[in-house]
Design a protein around this ligand. Structure first.
Ligand code: C2E
Ligand code: MG
Ligand code: MG
Length: 623
């Protein structure tokens, strides 16, 4: 049923549609909150334009079946009823809103109460609420149907072509506005996530290093304003690397997370916790001097006393702590963090839990840094010298090899022993070039000795770091090939403690070396706590008893017992056994009585320049 509209009615209807368009565009320009925007648009439709009611619904679900009203205005009770109706949005629902979101096109239904195409219940609903026509406009956001703006009018013949055009434009503008808001929300969420990433550790959620530095800067400023001291504690998880290698990095991550939680729980109210690195935390203790700082460090370290339970395995976790105090150790965040770090390294080296920074530590550090620069140059400038120390077979008293020992002829400091620079080389990655230098020089020397009729196995010391060099086996193999070295002419010594830093990797590299035909020896045996079952799997030929036991064996029955049991153990495993640090005849004879195979030490021969080895060989007897 349609009736002709008067010119005035036509104008009125077009004008209410235009008021909707301009009102909603105003709202779009003004409002950045989605809820407020939608509410305002519904209000404009009803209060400013004069329609009966308006609702914006959101549509979700795989079959677009979940309708959620986001905003509404006018006839709220009708909308409530609609919302409660189980058929609204259901598959068979033919309401204008359902059709609009399913087809993606505007849906207009006129003359609802008397429209035979409209289901009876639906007609009844509209009659009860005085709705004559309904126009639902789909909202397309980001190429997908987001929902619909549905407008109802009391007239049975509302929304003709002229009235519809501005309303459709208003809906399109609204959809565009929603898209902009969505992009802005996504952007804000990304920014927030990035901000978190920049300031917090992803595993523990604690403030990270950058954040910590800022917090410490603030804390120092306020401590300085109030003339209060402050302590920085750096706490490192001892040997987390082992957990990572043996049990995998996901367990190591969980250990770090649990350590973080225990530290958090143990914090006092004047303490702030952060995470500086994978296995390292830091705490600012406000108002604290060295003494209370030390107590705080002890409390935090003790929070790890109970073992950590990881997939049925009980793990002992230990923290090593380094402390620096404001103002005594510096007034700058970076200086305090660095000095607490120096204290941490010293605590680790001394095997103590906790160390407080002192200036002597820093001087040691500066010395090491300058030594490190010198050492880099020394390797390329030919300042390293090859020394060697002979080994003798105890029974027949015959030479049975020699150990290559490096010396550094420092241009200013003179001849340096390895204990003055090996640890610097190890902590700076220079040890591997040093090992290659020693190996190359040893092979050259062994070649020269062989040419002179001297056939002795030469041992070269390896470092734990060499095990981590992926090209180690390849480079050793190339060097052996270059010098035409015979199988058994070269031996590598690896300390027991280096083996135990990464037992699995050590086994792999030693197996590779064995295939190259070199002999293998465990150096400083007795100091590294390796298990018998692990030892029996190693492809080694020799065990070298640590000199601390050998030098003490005459005076100390405890040392003698260790030497004896090591000899028995080696022989049970069918290994050759050598004692190092033999300084007198009594020790040499005692070792012979215990069945030890060979000896090395000052009473046999001190380390000497390789050029002197020939003369030593000619000097019989060897002991
Ligand atoms: P090491 O491999 O256990 O070498 C034995 C050390 O004990 C040598 O010290 C040697 O001079 C010393 N020594 C030998 N006999 C006696 C003795 O009867 N009494 C006493 N008191 N000491 C004795 P050196 O040459 O100072 O080397 C110290 C350590 O430095 C070595 O211990 C080794 O761990 C390391 N080192 C030496 N050369 C190299 C090298 O070329 N590469 C690597 N990675 N480490 C090296
Ligand atoms: Mg050695
Ligand atoms: Mg040794």
């Amino acid at each position: 049923m349609s009736r002709a509209l008067s010119r005035e009615q036509e104008l009125q209807r077009t004008s209410r549609a235009l008021r909707t368009l301009s009102g909603s565009n105003r709202a779009l320009l003004r409002l950045v909150d989605r809820g407020a925007l939608l509410k305002e648009i519904c209000r404009v439709v009803v209060e400013e334009a004069g329609y009966g009611a308006a609702i914006v619904i959101r549509v979700e679900g795989e079959a677009q079946e979940v309708f959620t009203p986001l905003a509404m205005f006018g006839h709220e009770t009708a909308f409530q009823e609609l919302n409660d109706a189980h058929w609204f949005g259901a598959e068979a629902d033919q309401s204008a809103t359902s059709v609009a979101v399913r087809t993606g096109s505007p849906c207009l239904v006129n003359n609802i109460p008397d429209n035979p195409d409209v289901p009876a219940g639906w007609r009844e609903f509209n009659r009860r609420h005085g709705f004559g026509s309904v126009l639902s406009l789909p909202l397309r956001v980001g190429g997908r149907i987001y929902g619909a703006l549905t407008i109802v009018a009391p007239e049975p013949d509302a929304f003709d072509e002229f009235e519809r055009a501005p309303l459709e434009e208003a809906a399109a503008d609204l959809a565009f506005g929603l898209e902009t808001l969505q992009a802005r929300e996504r952007h804000a969420a990304t920014e927030q996530a990035m901000q978190r990433l920049m300031l917090f550790d992803p595993v523990s959620s604690l403030p990270n290093k950058a954040h910590f530095r800022r917090m410490l800067g603030d804390a120092i400023r306020s401590a300085s304003d109030t003339t209060q001291p402050l302590t920085v504690i750096r706490l490192a998880i001892d040997r987390l690397q082992d957990v990572d290698v043996i049990l995998g990095s996901s367990i190591a991550d969980r250990v770090v997370e649990q350590v973080a939680r225990r530290l958090e729980a143990a914090l006092a109210s004047n303490e702030t916790l952060a995470q500086l690195a994978d296995a390292e935390f830091a705490v600012i203790v406000g108002g604290s001097g060295a003494e209370t700082g030390r107590l705080a460090a002890r409390r935090l370290a003790e929070a790890m006393a109970a073992p950590f339970e990881m997939e049925g395995i009980q793990l002992d976790v230990r923290l090593v702590c380094g402390l620096a105090v404001f103002p005594g150790h510096g007034g700058d965040a970076d200086v305090l963090v660095r000095r607490a770090g120096i204290a941490l390294v010293s605590a680790r080296h001394q095997g103590t839990h906790i160390a407080v920074f002192n200036n002597a530590l820093d001087m040691g550090c500066v010395r090491n840094i300058s030594l490190m620069a010198d050492l880099r140059r020394a390797i390329s400038n030919g300042e390293l010298r090859l020394y060697c120390q002979p080994k003798v077979e105890i029974g027949p008293r015959q030479p049975c090899g020699l150990e290559a020992l490096v010396r550094w002829e420092h241009p200013r400091k003179g001849l340096l022993n390895p204990n003055e620079f090996i640890h610097v080389a190890e902590s700076t990655g220079l040890i591997t070039p040093l090992t290659y230098w020693v190996l190359e020089d040893t092979l050259r020397q062994a070649y020269a000795w062989r040419a002179a009729g001297i056939e002795q196995t030469v041992s070269v010391n390896m470092s734990a770091h060499d095990l981590r060099d992926d090209r180690f086996l390849e480079r050793v193999s190339d060097k052996l090939t270059t010098w035409g070295t015979q199988a058994g002419a070269i031996e590598f010594e690896l300390t027991e403690s280096a083996l135990m830093q990464d037992p699995a990797k050590a086994l792999e590299v030693l197996n590779g070396l064995k295939k190259l035909g070199v002999r293998l020896s465990i150096d400083d045996f007795g100091t590294g706590y390796s298990s018998l079952s692990y030892l029996s799997r190693l492809p080694v030929d020799t065990i070298k008893i640590d000199q601390s036991f050998v030098r003490g064996m005459i005076a100390d029955p405890g040392c003698a017992a260790i030497v004896k049991s090591t000899i028995d153990l080696a022989h049970n495993l069918k290994l050759h056994v050598i004692a190092e640090g033999v300084e007198d005849d009594a020790t040499f004879d005692a070792l012979g009585n215990l069945g030890c195979d060979a000896a090395q030490g000052f009473s046999i021969g001190r380390p000497m320049p390789v050029s002197e080895f020939g003369a030593w060989l000619n000097r019989q007897p060897y002991h």
